[in-house]
Design a protein around this ligand. Structure first.
Ligand code: HEM
Length: 513
């Protein structure tokens, strides 16, 4: 009778004893009381950064909670973000890998999921000195301009098609295609979408790999945090074999592309500028194994695709809600670019309002509102509290951008604020950190900014944007989807109206590279 109760009682006792031990040994940040074994699994709300922001109002700008037995820490103001990302950067630059990210990255052989150490430093150096140089960024500019003009052509065709008269477009489809094509051309040197806008067979395989990755990533939340429950919730073998099949598919796909590039290089004698070519030529110099090269290429796809399209979708939603800002940005574009030519990246320096607008959008809606999870390599003290080795550490950059203590009227979408005070967003000012800061700052920062600014500039120069008929601007749904990246929970629907009289300016400017 008593025997079946012994196991849960032992677990509860061990948990309470462990908690008590930690409480005396460490001065942990305050937070909601954890349940035995489960921790705060059932307290946490799906949109995590909002949940952490609510908790910060109760417990303060540094708080802790438990998922299972794992301690998680969240900081929510600029001062504490600086302590995490600057003063204790090196000791907090490891990554927390979930079981699925550990398997996908083969234990952190890539960049995103690698711990901070000799492997990370080597791979990061290759990225900084070879992939994301100003020279390569500039060499790949024609691809970005081709794709952005292709988006304009496609929106123009669909919005002026008589069948679509007065109907709104689902903006995500167009923005998502630019991001997808840009990233696949940049990394693999391939455009997977044909002239009819349909995925070719390789593109279908690529999309299959991406959605397979997302599916296996979402594997049971409970199983992630309660290791001892795993065998009940999900037979380990099934999970393991799904990830192995996914990895084999991804490796095969990447190897074929690499072989094709290697062949072209040996035929023509010269390599192109795409990341795959760069990595193939540099893998011996930087001692990068095949798993690392494959991991790096997919890191770029995963980190660079959604972030850009999410940013543009939120920005466009804000512009429709704020016609004053939309008009002001268009006035600037008309003044600088005029009605007889189209914008290029070279025009950015003469378009300060457009740049401020992109920044303002990243302040209010950073696509990775909690950055990516860092992990403590050693015991560290932040804000007077102990962060024990192994804790998972988050910086709530969404909360930083809306902190009443540092931003005037933070909920308002007002790009002018950046003319009143020039605030950097590339990791030097801890009030605004959409790309993170310190050792793990996003290596694609400049590329991301260029893409977002270029897409917004073209969308505004070529079209007026309005909500669907019957919807008032302030009725646009601005709620967020849960997830590590934050889409709008309702895809934006909007009506674009062409505003340039020269129809030739709506044509794609294709480049073959
Ligand atoms: C608007 C666009 C983007 C935003 C807001 C953004 C933001 C971020 C953030 C917050 C991180 C995590 C920093 C940390 O954990 O401390 C990150 C990491 C990363 N991003 Fe971006 N990103 C963007 C675009 C891109 C692009 C275009 C690429 C590449 C093509 C890219 C590649 C990466 C990689 C490889 C990492 C991992 C770095 C590491 O772990 O060391 N990102 N990004």
């Amino acid at each position: 009778m008593v025997l079946p109760l012994i196991f849960p009682m032992c677990i509860t006792f061990l948990f309470l004893a462990y908690n008590l031990y930690n409480r005396f040994r460490f001065k942990l940040p305050p937070g909601p009381n954890p349940w035995p074994v489960l921790g705060n699994i059932y307290d946490i709300k799906p949109v995590r950064f909002r949940c952490f922001h609510e908790w910060a109002q109760i417990y303060g700008p540094i708080l802790s909670f438990r998922l299972g037995s794992k301690l998680n820490v969240v900081v929510s103001n600029a001062e504490l973000a600086k302590q995490v990302l600057k003063e204790h950067d090196q000791n907090l630059a490891d990554r927390h890998r979930s079981r699925s990210s550990a398997r996908f990255s083969k234990g952190g052989k890539d960049l995103i999921w690698a711990d901070y150490g000799p492997h990370y430093v080597k791979v990061r150096k290759a990225c900084t000195l070879e992939l994301f140089t100003q020279k390569r960024l500039e060499a790949l500019r024609p691809i970005r301009e081709d794709e952005v003009t292709a988006m304009i052509e496609s929106i123009f065709k669909d919005s002026t098609n008589t069948e679509n008269q007065g109907k709104p477009l689902r903006v995500r489809r167009y923005i998502g295609t630019v991001s997808l094509n840009n990233i696949t051309r940049l990394t693999f040197g391939k455009r997977f979408i044909n002239s009819k806008g349909e995925l070719d067979p390789l593109g279908k395989e690529f999309r299959g790999i991406l959605s397979g990755g997302r599916k296996t990533n979402k594997m049971n939340f409970l199983a992630e945090h309660l290791p001892w429950l795993r065998w009940l919730l999900m037979p380990l073998d099934k999970e393991k074999s799904e990830v192995m099949m996914h990895n084999a598919r991804l490796d095969r796909f990447t190897r074929e592309i690499m072989e094709e590039h290697a062949k072209t290089k040996s035929k023509t004698g010269g390599a192109k500028q795409h990341f795959v070519d760069a990595l193939l030529s540099l893998k011996d110099e930087y001692d990068l194994g095949e798993d690392t090269v494959t991991g790096l290429l997919w890191d770029m796809v995963i980190a660079g695709m959604d972030t850009v399209s999410i940013t543009v979708e939120w920005a466009l939603a804000e512009l429709i809600r704020n016609p004053r800002v939309q008009k002001k940005a268009q006035d600037e574009l008309d003044r600088v670019i005029g009605q007889e030519s189209i914008m290029t990246e070279e025009d950015f320096t003469n378009l300060p309002y457009l740049q401020a607008l992109a920044k303002e959008s990243l302040r209010l809606q950073p696509p990775t509102p909690l950055m990516l999870p860092h992990r403590a390599k050693t015991n560290v003290k932040i804000g007077g509290y102990d962060i024990p080795k192994g804790s998972i550490v988050y910086v709530n950059v969404w909360a930083l951008g809306r902190d009443q203590a540092v931003w005037y009227d933070p909920q308002e979408f007002r790009p002018e604020r950046f003319f009143e005070e020039d605030i950097d967003m590339k990791g030097h000012d801890y009030r605004l950190l959409p790309f993170g800061a310190g050792r793990r700052i996003c290596p694609g920062t400049q590329l991301g900014i260029n893409l977002v600014t270029s897409m917004l500039g073209h969308l505004l120069h070529h079209f007026d944007w309005n909500p669907p008929s019957g919807v008032k601007p302030d009725e646009i749904d601005m709620t967020e989807d849960p997830g590590i990246v934050t889409y709008t929970s309702t895809p934006l629907q909007a009506i674009p109206t062409p505003r340039l009289s020269n129809m030739n300016l709506y044509k794609r400017v294709p480049v073959d590279m």
